[in-house]
Each structure stands twice: as structure tokens, then as C-alpha cells.
Design a protein around this ligand. Structure first.
Ligand code: TXA
Ligand code: MG
Length: 468
């Protein structure tokens, strides 16, 4: 049987096209859209077939929950109990690059939640994302599940052209796989071209589902900012800190989430990130292994010395602030990856261990460590690259290969239909009671409490009174 292929369409940010995109999402279509962090690949979180298509398209294991993007407080409240700590950070930082993990409400669509008792919510600040989500909400949508718009485990796209090429590749790969999904036809996949993303790396994921707030994924909002808003220390859960067996054993201990994987956000080619003092030894080692073509970022030409390396791409100096590196990180790694180089080298201003202890560097170091994990552990090497097509993508590992992405277990290959808990769509779910407004957040928040019912859902973020 020949399956009808899904169509791809690239839209502008004209309001009429954003309206079309919102309706497409509402009907179960897929729409990639710009956010202030990276591009998201969106689907109506209340539609099973749309969310299934999203998982299948990205080849994302079905036990990795997605972030639900909402237009504001009212929609957020439909999904989760907004406890006082949540209200406090929301007041200060939404809309913005912060995702909150919260206890979910009982009667919600579970398709994007990977059977978790919690839900991650994010209200992005990018004007196009806001317009899309407001329009989606205006026509009855409650939330858009949107992972980054890249194949699972790969570099997140921050540029519309990267989004288009990733989407076309994912659609092409999808068409050639035989998956047993509840609706085997992929919905049409659209993207809104909103120019390059600003921040360049993903949102911070803050877990407020227990009485001990913790950061599950460092991101654009620093832990220092969160600590000063909440007035308490907030630990970072480092992937290294999670004992592999424990992670495998229990999704209660920590949800299965790509934010806690050792290898993720990764180029296809080997990536070495080091400081100047280790460069000479690394170059000698690579030369010895027969590697001859390099892509460089932050490496002075003179450091290459006498080795006969061909420089496939030289991106020059590294910016001197972590936020500026974050802005460029995925774009630069992608162009290095797409060059003819057999190995990618990034030189940092100080040793990585030193930078890891600096909260300002936390998010950038986190992404760099994950992007280079497979190289560090010998899962990819310049040799494998040299043997394959010199400009090809996915040469060290095929795009479909997930072996390197999860240090703990093989992701599900979708041979079986995905198991999604059947829940009602919101339309049929019981309405959350609306009660009178509460002018300011309680003084002594306790995360166990459900303060949502005391909120007026039409209240704006500023009304929460936490904005400085
Ligand atoms: O900046 C961003 O957050 C981007 C843009 C598109 O908004 N989105 C994004 O989504 O990065 P994704 O799917 O690539 O990453 C989702 C992260 C995962 O790493 C996972 O750890 C976390 O969100 N997550 C989602 N639901 C969760 C839950 N219930 N508990 C814990 N973590 C969760
Ligand atoms: Mg991602």
C-alpha cells in the first residue's frame, strides 16, 4: 500500500498565517514555531494522533514527557495545580524561558505526559509563539506540546532554515518507516519562519512538584535568578548524579526525560571541547589516529602548529560571555558538523571543571558536556567519519540510530503502537471552578498546597505582583 505523503509548508509571521497555523494545530496538524530559546515542533497536546505523530516524527521514546506550551495562566491552570512557589516564579518570569514541572490535574489528556504524575508547562515570550498560542487558545485549544524541532538527541534548531531541513529529513525518514500508529498518515507539517531564536539554548526546567524545588535542566534562566526569586537554594540535578540503575528502575525517582540524559543535543561528528592547555595533546592524538580535517571554534590558528591539518571551517574567537556562546552554540556546532571536518574542536577560556562550578556557565557547560559525551566515551570517532562521505550528515551514526543518545537504555523503536492513556479531551473534562481573585501570592508558600482555585484565571502575570 502506498501511503499518501504529508505536505510541508513554510509560513510567514503575518497574522493571517499565524491564524491558519493555530487552526491547523487545533485540527491535529503539526506546526514548528519560533520561541525565544529554540524552535519548537508543536502539536495539540489534547489530540492523541497529533502527539503520537510528533513522537514518531522525532523518533522520541514514548516515555520522555513533552513540555506543554500555554498562552497564559488560565491555560496553565487547566493542566496543573499552580502551587504558591509556582505562582511566585510565574509572576516574575513568565512569559519567558522557564518550564515548570508541576503536579498535574487528574482529568487531563495524557498523550504528551509519558504517564507522569506531573506536567511541564511553559509560556514562551517570543511574540510569534505568543500570537500563535493566544490564537490557539481563542479557538479552544488548551496547550501545545512542543519539543525542540530536531530529530531526537540531535542539535536543537535555532534558525528557520535548520528547522526546515530537519523537518524535511524527519518527514522523509518517517515515510520510509513502517510504524503502527493509531493514525498511520502523518499530518501535514508546517513551520512559521520567525527568524533566528534569541537565547539559543532551551528553557530552564524547574521541578516544583515536590517541596524541594530543583532544576532538572539548566537553561536560559539561571539558578541564581530562581534562588533569589524563591529565597531558597535550588539544587541542580546533574545527569551524572543519577545512578543509571535507579533511573532505569524508577520513573518516580526522576521522570524519564531527555533533560537528564548524559548524551543529547549532539552533533553527528566527534566533538572535543577543551581548554588551551589540553589542545596540543589532543591534536597530536587526532593526528596519530589519521584525522586530517578539523573544524575549529575558539582555536587560534597558531595553536595548530606544525600538524598537517586541513581546516574545513574556522569560526574564529569564542564570545566572552556564556549567554553569547549560548546564542551561537547550536548554530556553530551545526555548521561545524556540516563542514567536511572529521572532528570538531572547541576551546574554552578556562578548564571545563572550573567553568562548571560557575552558575553563569552552568547551562552552556551542560549542553557542551552532553554534546561531547559520545565522543568522550568512544561512541563516535574521527575514524568512522573519515571512512564515510566527507560532507555527509549522519555519517558517524545514521540519523535513526539512537544507540548513543541514552546512556542507560535503548529507546523504544515504535514497533508496537505507543501506549497512551486514554483520557477525555478537555472539552469533556470537568471545568475547574473559578473563584474570586487573590491580589498577591501568599507570604509563606508551601508546594503541597493548591492555590489555583483561589486564582482568577483571567488575571495577568503582572497581577501576581512578583515582577520587580
Ligand atoms: O526551550 C524549550 O524548552 C524548548 C522550546 C521549544 O520551548 N522545548 C524543549 O522541549 O526543549 P524538549 O522536549 O526538547 O525538552 C523537554 C524537556 C525534557 O528534557 C524533559 O526533561 C522535560 O522537558 N520534561 C518534560 N516533562 C517533564 C516532566 N513531567 N517531568 C520532568 N521533566 C519533564
Ligand atoms: Mg530537545
Amino acid at each position: 500500500m502506498i501511503m499518501e505523503q504529508a505536505n510541508f509548508r513554510r509560513l510567514s509571521t503575518d497574522s493571517s498565517e499565524i491564524h491558519e497555523a493555530a487552526s491547523h494545530l487545533r485540527r491535529g496538524g503539526i506546526v514548528a514555531f519560533p520561541t525565544e530559546t529554540v524552535y519548537g515542533l508543536g502539536a495539540n497536546a489534547a489530540k492523541q494522533a497529533a502527539v503520537e505523530a510528533l513522537f514518531a516524527l522525532k523518533q522520541r521514546p514514548s516515555d520522555h514527557p513533552l513540555i506543554i506550551h500555554v498562552s497564559g495562566l488560565a491555560d496553565a491552570s487547566s493542566w496543573a495545580k499552580l502551587n504558591p512557589l509556582a505562582l511566585r516564579v510565574i509572576g516574575a518570569l513568565w512569559p519567558g524561558p522557564l518550564s515548570l514541572v508541576l503536579p498535574r490535574r487528574p482529568a487531563i489528556p495524557m498523550h504528551a505526559l509519558a504517564a507522569q504524575k506531573t506536567v511541564a508547562l511553559r509560556c514562551p515570550s517570543h511574540p510569534v509563539a505568543r500570537a500563535l498560542l493566544s490564537q490557539f487558545s481563542a479557538i479552544g485549544g488548551k496547550g501545545v506540546a512542543a519539543p525542540s524541532a530536531n530529530p531526537y538527541g540531535k542539535l536543537s534548531p535555532t534558525d528557520p532554515d535548520h528547522v526546515e531541513s530537519d523537518m524535511r529529513r524527519m518527514m522523509h525518514a518517517h515515510a520510509s518507516r513502517r510504524l503502527r500508529l493509531s493514525d498511520p498518515k502523518l499530518p501535514d507539517c508546517w513551520m512559521i519562519d520567525g527568524g533566528p531564536s534569541d537565547a539559543g539554548i532551551e528553557s530552564t526546567v524547574l521541578d516544583l512538584s515536590t517541596d524541594e524545588p530543583r532544576v532538572l535542566r539548566p537553561g536560559v534562566i539561571s539558578r541564581e535568578q530562581l534562588e533569589s526569586i524563591l529565597g531558597m537554594p535550588i539544587p541542580l540535578i546533574k545527569p551524572q548524579a543519577i545512578e543509571p540503575k535507579a533511573q532505569k528502575r524508577s520513573t518516580l525517582l526522576l521522570p524519564k526525560s531527555s533533560g537528564t540524559l548524559l548524551s543529547h543535543y549532539a552533533p553527528n561528528k566527534p566533538l572535543y571541547v577543551l581548554d588551551e592547555s589540553l589542545l596540543a595533546a589532543k591534536l597530536a592524538e587526532l593526528h596519530e589516529q589519521g584525522c586530517r580535517r578539523l573544524a575549529l571554534w575558539g582555536v587560534e590558528e597558531k595553536s595548530i602548529g606544525d600538524y598537517e591539518f586541513e581546516i574545513s571551517l574556522d569560526l574564529g574567537a569564542l564570545p566572552d560571555a556564556p549567554e553569547l556562546i549560548a546564542q551561537l552554540l547550536y548554530r556553530q556546532l551545526r555548521s561545524m558538523d556540516e563542514s567536511a571536518a572529521e572532528a570538531l574542536i572547541v576551546v574554552l577560556p578556562s578548564p571545563i571543571d572550573m567553568l562548571s562550578n560557575d552558575k553563569a556557565w552552568e547551562a552552556v557547560i551542560d549542553r557542551i558536556e552532553r554534546a561531547s559525551y559520545a565522543t568522550k566515551h568512544g561512541l563516535i570517532s574521527p575514524k568512522a567519519v573519515a571512512k564515510s562521505d566527507p560532507v555527509g550528515h549522519d555519517m558517524a551514526l545514521p540519523a535513526d540510530s539512537d544507540m548513543m543518545f541514552d546512556a542507560f537504555e535503548q529507546p523504544q523503536q515504535f514497533e508496537q503502537p505507543q501506549q497512551f492513556e486514554q483520557t477525555q479531551e478537555f472539552e469533556h473534562a470537568p471545568q475547574t471552578p473559578r473563584q474570586s481573585p487573590q491580589p498577591s501570592p501568599p507570604q509563606q508558600p508551601s508546594p503541597g498546597e493548591d492555590a489555583t482555585d483561589d486564582l482568577d484565571f483571567d488575571m495577568s502575570f503582572d497581577d501576581l505582583g512578583a515582577n520587580p
